[in-house]
Design a protein around this ligand. Structure first.
Ligand code: ZN
Length: 410
């Protein structure tokens, strides 16, 4: 076997962060007619680079195979659309964006974010490699380029006069196989004085809260502020601010500018978070050990809960069919004997089956019809929103359960 190398610095990836075994691509939902066919499983073996400390999954699957026909439409989550609206309001004010500005978003999805920019009369351009998702954005009147982003596309856009006063790369940084090409492209497309913001799930929270289900094949890199700063610095960008967000179980929003420009003073939040990450041990290899055993413990507890429900004759069904649910269910080996079905608001997923575990996905109304004892909330990061939506079920005696950080009945 050849040893994989670090996508940032090229060092051999000799250290394991956690190995979740084999899993199919977490967004490759199965239609009924494919139930008699085989599925392809890939390793979910996450490594730690011993040299630059980037936590990463080798690109077992090419980005083109994953993102060209993607099932994830951001607008299906109310709270996610609201999060994007709040973000746009805050950056428009902070950086004084107006009709003469240009906002570019990388991985603009179905326009969930840029719609808020366009509403304000600010020119916006989306870059989205998944044609089916980009089409929805175009129908909303958002100009969208259907391509993968990197140095080449950045140069093409700059040549067409499209430089970004604000470059939004929220929730894409973690999904980029060629991190160096992507970061170099970001630096290239920035207008003079331009600002880039990136959001990504915070590795510190993943470790502290056992969020191992956020590991999946589409999620190539797991960043701390320290490692994100390393990537950006390697391409002439400097972090000048950071905010901690509650999204995706705890994310960072990092603001960066060209290192040589330094138009925005570096806020103290940056040094404070770097210090905290050092306290957590994220600046050395030993700081990452121990995580793998906590993951195994979480699996055993979830299985104990589901098996004891089964033995007591109580029925458990799922809510949601997110990518993270598929990592969790495949790693734990949960099938329909322990989780009868799940439901999802996304009509694209309804009537299909979860990859690997082949648990059927129904429409949410199936919950009322079937009256289970417990609903296991797979997108636990949205559990407040979901429990509020399903308050009528609670009145009927249904109880809600989250699997992460450990099994808990709400
Ligand atoms: Zn490295």
């Amino acid at each position: 076997m050849t040893t994989a190398v670090c996508r940032l610095c090229g060092a051999e990836l000799t250290e394991t962060f956690v190995d979740l075994g084999m899993s199919p691509l977490c967004e490759s939902y199965l239609p009924a007619e494919r139930l008699d066919s085989a599925e392809t499983f890939y390793p979910l073996h996450v490594r730690l680079c011993p040299s630059c400390l980037l936590v990463q999954l080798p690109a077992y699957v090419a980005g083109e195979d994953i993102f060209s026909d993607y099932a994830y439409f951001s607008s299906y989550s109310d709270s996610w659309v609201a999060h994007a609206g709040d973000y746009v309001e805050s950056v428009v004010e902070r950086f004084g964006l107006g009709r003469d500005s240009q906002v570019v978003e990388l991985a603009s999805n179905d326009g969930y974010l840029l719609q808020h920019v366009v509403e304000r009369g600010i020119p916006a351009l989306g870059v989205e490699p998944a044609a089916n998702v980009a089409e929805v954005a175009r129908e909303r009147g958002i100009e969208t380029v259907v391509e993968f982003f990197g140095r080449e596309l950045a140069s093409t856009l700059v040549a067409r006069g499209r430089r970004a006063d604000l470059l939004v790369a929220n929730n894409v940084f973690a999904h980029v196989p060629d991190l160096n090409d992507f970061a170099a492209g970001m630096e290239r497309i920035l207008a003079p004085g331009g600002v880039v913001t990136i959001e990504f799930p915070h590795l510190a929270r993943l470790i502290e809260e056992n969020q191992f289900d956020t590991i999946y094949h589409e999620h190539f890199s797991y960043f701390s502020l320290l490692s994100a700063r390393t990537v950006l610095r390697a391409h002439g960008l400097e972090v000048f601010d950071v905010e901690e967000l509650s999204t995706h179980g705890g994310s960072l929003r990092v603001y960066a500018q060209r290192s040589e420009e330094a138009a925005h003073p570096v806020r103290t939040a940056v040094a404070e978070l770097v210090d905290r990450e050092r306290d957590l041990g994220l600046d050395r290899i030993e700081g990452y050990s121990g995580f793998a055993w906590r993951v195994a413990e979480t699996k055993w507890r979830l299985l104990e809960f589901l098996i004891s429900c089964r033995r007591d004759g109580r029925r458990v069904v799922g809510y949601g069919a997110p990518g993270k649910g598929n990592t969790l269910l495949n790693y734990c080996g949960i099938r329909t004997d322990l989780l009868e079905f799940t439901v999802d608001r996304n009509p694209y997923k309804q009537g299909q089956f979860l990859p690997g575990t082949r648990i059927p996905i129904h429409e949410p109304e199936q919950l009322e019809r079937s009256q289970p004892d417990f609903v296991l909330i797979l997108p636990w990061n949205l559990s407040d929103e979901i429990v509020a939506q399903l308050a009528h079920l609670r009145d009927q005696g249904v109880r809600f359960v989250v699997p992460i950080p450990e099994v808990r009945v709400l």
